[in-house]
Design a protein around this ligand. Structure first.
Ligand SMILES: Nc1ncnc2c1ncn2[C@@H]1O[C@H](COP(=O)(O)OP(=O)(O)O)[C@@H](O)[C@H]1O
Ligand SMILES: [Mg+2]
Length: 234
């Protein structure tokens, strides 16, 4: 079992989208996945309640700070437990990080504002320095424009390189399909190609991203330390 938390103290960074993309792709691959929805806005829960049921996916909803460790424990039999944190700053952050095997930090590639991601990186570094708690973590660039390399994206990449922070080489591209998944309450691969633009590219992006997260979590489980990578936004 691997516990993965998505963290960024800025709302709109792409956490919930990244959670649903990973979870649905892992489910499609036959893994047992539990999502723990701690966001009072319940985006994932609302998606789950309206989507067709699948045997290997479950969502715990309205999970509070005091209930979080117990809820994670309840899903010990899942292959992946994925925690979605509330939109902005939350008292759940430190607890969720402490429970995690891997923390993924979505940082919006198109925005100069990497502050919310930097706050999570600072907390992780503080836990390491002060308490010797080392939690493996990686940045995933989110909502990256498929056409251009923006100044914001370059700024984020430089910041991460300076700090030797590991970054996934697959960014999550800004795609209508990733919004439509929430709108139509379905899986990417069940959506209608005629109604959703660039669906094939979106599916490929989600698959590569899930490949990388799976490889990362498995290698970390064996104790390997990947070196910092440069993301390729192409
Ligand atoms: N890769 C993406 N492509 C298109 N829209 C996205 C993407 N990532 C996020 N969004 C949209 O941006 C908004 C905020 O994203 P969300 O995943 O809810 O962020 P967070 O959970 O960090 O607050 C939502 O409207 C979502 O649909
Ligand atoms: Mg969210």
């Amino acid at each position: 079992m691997a516990i993965i938390t998505f963290a960024n103290t800025k709302g709109g960074a792409g956490k919930t989208t990244a959670v649903l993309l990973l979870a649905t792709e892992l489910v499609r691959r036959g893994h047992r996945v539990a999502i723990i929805d701690t966001d009072p806005q319940r985006w994932i829960s609302r998606w789950f309640e309206a989507a067709d049921p699948v045997a290997n996916l479950t969502v715990a909803t309205f999970v509070s700070l005091s209930a979080l460790p117990r809820t994670v424990e309840e899903y010990r039999t899942a292959d992946y437990v994925i925690i979605d944190l509330p939109g902005a700053q939350s008292p759940l952050l430190a607890t969720a990080l402490g429970l995690s095997d891997h923390v993924l930090i979505p940082i919006q590639g198109s925005s100069m504002d990497a502050q919310g991601g930097a706050q999570v990186l600072e907390l992780l570094s503080y836990l390491d320095r002060k308490a010797g708690i080392r939690i493996p973590h990686s940045v995933v660039l989110s909502r990256v424009n498929s056409m251009v390399t923006t100044r914001g994206l370059l700024a984020v990449k430089m910041l991460l390189q300076e700090r030797s922070v590991h970054m996934l080489s697959t960014p999550i591209i800004e795609r209508a399909a990733f919004r439509d998944m929430f709108e139509y309450k379905t899986f990417l691969h069940l959506m209608n190609r005629d109604r959703v633009s660039n669906l094939d590219k979106a599916i490929l992006n989600a698959e590569r991203y899930a490949d990388e997260v799976q490889a990362l979590v498995n290698s970390r489980a064996r104790g390997a330390q990947p070196s910092p990578l440069k993301a390729d936004a192409a």
